[in-house]
Design a protein around this ligand. Structure first.
Ligand code: AMP
Length: 300
């Protein structure tokens, strides 16, 4: 696996890779959620690029940019073992040189829920991903459902700017008890960790209510909200339209339930989808192994 640290060298080497190319952007401190994305990209592409960059633009003042876990040597080994072809790990000083001032604002989607609590967060995400897509020119961009609003923001970015990349969203990987894997789970105390799976139980109960025909949002939310265990507290909990993130007035499948639970200073993000009557999930991208695609195309 080659490692590159500047956009110019990243672009030069990325252009030599066999296509299709899958890109998995990360902030490092890798766990099975990241690795599932890498494996999915590996199965669906001839080449895989991973990036590791703790992006200062997407952290607000007082957030955990400095203490965000960094584990480059271990991450390198994990990515190499997964057969990643190229690792792009730029330095913050190179990504944002003195005088850097361009930013990408995706509009309304970036201002609600996470965007309302973390002003500027999605502008930081959209800006860095635009830089990664420009440098690496991947065929497909692999994202996790766990950060579902981020997937919507980046779909908007790719669509609005006509970027020649497919957005692929893969399911959230969870601990056996239901807690979504996150690099920030390392911040949890024992009591917080013990209560943390109740977040997913609450969301699953709300999804089950919607799937069983409950359309009144207050009624559906009441089926799950009380399941959250102390010391966790709701930051937000809502049933939204999977494209616009507008809270639904009459909630019918397909639907998306988004939430953040606060565990002290740590915010635990999670979401669940309710597929439509046709069984189609409103967020996830169906798997498309490379072998199938080659076979479908037939002999050259
Ligand atoms: P991060 O390193 O937190 O920026 O995440 C990099 C990518 O991994 C993003 O697309 C995340 O949505 C995805 N990701 C993080 N945690 C999980 C998880 N538990 N399951 C699936 N994808 C995840």
């Amino acid at each position: 696996m080659q490692t590159v640290r500047t956009p110019g060298s990243a672009r030069a080497i990325a252009r030599t890779l066999k296509r299709p190319v899958g890109l998995v952007p990360t902030m490092g401190a890798l766990h099975e959620g990241h690795l599932a994305l890498v494996r999915r990209a590996r199965a669906e592409n001839a080449s895989v690029i991973a990036s590791i960059f703790v992006n200062p633009l997407q952290f607000g003042p007082g957030e955990d940019y400095e203490r965000y876990p960094r584990a480059f040597a271990r991450d390198f080994e994990l990515l190499e073992a997964e057969g990643v072809d190229l690792l792009y790990a730029p330095a913050a000083e190179r990504m944002y040189r003195p005088g850097f001032s361009t930013s990408i604002d995706v509009g309304k989607l970036g201002t609600v829920f996470e965007g309302a609590r973390r002003p500027g967060h999605f502008t930081g995400v959209a800006t860095v991903v635009a830089k990664l897509l420009d440098a690496l020119e991947p065929t497909s961009l692999y994202l996790g459902q766990k950060d579902v609003q981020q997937t919507a923001v980046l779909r908007q970015l790719v669509s609005d700017l006509d970027l020649p990349t497919n957005v692929v969203v893969a399911p959230t990987v969870r601990e056996p008890d239901g807690l979504a894997l996150s690099s920030r789970n390392a911040y949890l105390s024992q009591a917080q960790r013990h209560a943390a799976p109740s977040l997913h139980r609450a969301l699953a109960a709300i999804a089950a209510a919607i799937a069983s025909g409950v359309t009144e949002p207050a009624v559906a939310l009441a089926a799950g909200a009380p399941l959250l265990e102390a010391p966790l507290e709701w930051d937000y909990l809502a049933i939204v339209d999977p494209q616009s993130f507008a809270p639904c007035e009459r909630c019918e499948p397909p639907a998306l339930v988004v939430a953040v639970a606060r565990a002290g200073a740590t915010r635990l993000l999670d979401n669940v989808t309710v597929p439509g009557a046709d069984g189609v999930d409103p967020i996830l991208t169906p798997e498309r192994p490379l072998r199938t695609r080659v076979e479908l195309r037939g002999p050259a």
